[in-house]
Design a protein around this ligand. Structure first.
Ligand code: XIL
Length: 484
């Protein structure tokens, strides 16, 4: 070995030794002794805060600083690349775990959870898998063997896995990938079932980008997820990558509504790859806008109890994929290139310690919530005949959580003027009435009107019923929203 190589090896061993020698308890105490890191600010909100860990981070020029920051700030991490297929199985049946092991061991030494990324993806695949067109049975065998070996290797240690990554296109179709095209669309189900067998205690996710708000892609993911769950396929959560930009921002209402619809399926939610890129040149105004986006994203996420972790795709702009992958963009993270805390860092620290926020919640009405619903039209609205006494049911509504209004959007053509109202009742369709909404004809099916009712009385958690009173008629109800 050359002197130079030995020096690098020695330095890296030295740099990584000190923290490795500590017990989790010691390192936890050390974290608490200094200023609290982000994860401890988030502790009483029951959300883990994390980042990727860079490839061979123990060899970076500033490895000790990197490790110090990472262990101080985070309690969950995702190895950026070194768990990907190409790195783990570079030759058929040859598994190389050394680098990934190092990420996992380091995290374990510091009491930090590891999020496994990723098992089945169309990118970061080895040449051997791509060069010869293997038949379906071979592809299934390769997929199973990879899942068994990798999850088996980290059994009980990596507790969350992105089993399938990026399976859907922007047009809302299943992506044509080597897995999809050679196995068929059931590759997703096969991978998830195999993963459950490989480590029954691991949380299994589908992870994708551009699925944070309601759009064609997230709706396809939603429908796919729903079908998988209905068929009993083991799927525990969704990973929302969230690679964003200051320029594009985020539609926050759509974001909350989208998170809610996935939560309503009984899934846990994971933010897996958050970054907010800036289109160069960087200006103070853009940094401020970035901070405000980070703050608002965190506030929304913290108000959603099903969100289990919020991870960023890095923490310092010095080590980020943005510069190399998106020319003309940079600086999407919370520390700058010189390790200075950015406004975005302050913004998320403030969000983490702020009082829980309440955001108006729009409930897109599911067909089954009507006692006689007879259809859902193309954009998801309910079309139904309303009879006197028909009701919509909302489970587990927290009246204490600050909402005081209920807004309903509807259109109708056939109601008699003056005859109609919606009564808001607690716990049964004939329970205590807490609000009343008069419903007047809107002049047609496509003519919508929003009506708001103030809720008086009622506290704590209840099943809330919206009961329709009046003559028989037909209505088109788009949504009901609880507002502050
Ligand atoms: C990126 C890494 O950050 C880069 O270093 C690598 O060159 C390409 O992959 N979605 C994902 C991640 O699921 O695995 C990608 O990571 C970023 C987009």
């Amino acid at each position: 070995m050359s002197i130079q190589k030995r020096a690098v090896l020695f330095m890296s061993l030295y740099l990584s030794m000190a923290p490795w020698c500590m017990t989790p308890v010691q390192s936890q105490e050390m974290k608490q002794a200094g200023k609290p890191g982000l994860f401890s600010l988030g502790a009483n909100r029951q959300v883990s805060i994390g980042s990727i860990t860079a490839d061979n981070f123990w060899l970076l020029d500033d490895a000790s600083r990197y490790q110090e920051m990472y262990t101080r700030e985070f309690n969950i991490v995702t190895p950026e690349n070194q768990l990907k297929f190409r790195h783990i199985q570079p030759q058929r049946d040859v598994f190389t775990f050394a680098a990934a092991d190092r990420h996992v061991r380091f995290a374990e030494q510091h009491d930090i959870a590891v999020h496994g990324h990723t098992l089945i993806w169309h990118r970061s695949l080895p040449e051997w898998l791509l060069e010869s067109p293997l038949p379906r049975s071979d592809m299934i065998a390769i997929m199973n063997h990879h899942i068994d070996t990798v999850m088996g290797h980290y059994k009980g240690r990596i507790k969350i896995w992105d089993v399938v990554n990026e399976p859907i296109t922007g047009k809302g179709k299943l992506r044509h990938t080597v897995w999809h095209d050679r196995i068929g669309e059931e590759y997703i189900e096969l991978a998830l079932r195999r993963a459950r067998q490989a480590d029954p205690s691991a949380k299994l996710l589908i992870n994708d980008y551009n699925v944070a708000t309601i759009n064609r892609k997230s709706t396809k993911l939603y429908n796919l997820t729903k079908q998988l769950l209905e068929r009993g396929v083991p799927l525990d959560g969704i990973g929302f990558q969230m690679h964003l930009s200051v320029h594009d921002g985020l539609d926050f209402e759509s974001f909350s509504e989208n998170l809610q619809r996935f939560s309503d399926l009984g899934l846990a939610l994971f933010i897996t790859e958050l970054d907010v890129a800036i289109h160069t040149p960087v200006t103070t105004a853009k940094l401020q806008r970035q901070a405000s986006l980070y703050r608002d994203i965190f506030l929304r996420l913290l108000s959603q109890k099903t969100v289990k972790s919020i991870q960023m795709w890095g923490f310092t702009d010095k080590y980020s994929w943005i510069d190399s992958h998106f020319p003309g963009h940079c600086c999407g993270l919370i520390y700058d290139k010189n390790w200075g805390k950015k406004l975005s860092y302050t913004a998320i620290s403030e969000a983490l310690v702020s009082e829980p926020q309440y955001f108006p919640q729009t409930v897109t009405l599911p067909a089954g919530s009507f006692d006689d619903a007879h259809g859902v039209d193309t954009d998801g609205a309910i079309v139904f005949n309303v009879d006197n006494g028909d009701w919509i049911q909302f489970n587990n509504v927290d009246l204490k959580n600050g909402f005081a209004k209920l807004r309903i959007r509807y259109g109708n053509g056939q109601l008699q003027p003056g005859n109609w109202r919606a009564e808001v009742r607690l716990d049964s369709p004939s329970g205590v009435e807490i609000a009343k909404i008069p419903i007047v004809p809107t002049g047609g099916w496509d003519v919508f009107r929003d009506k708001t009712a103030t809720i008086t009385g009622g506290s704590g958690r209840h099943t809330v019923y919206v009961v329709f009173k009046g003559d028989r008629g037909a209505g088109h109800f788009d949504w009901v929203r609880f507002e502050e």
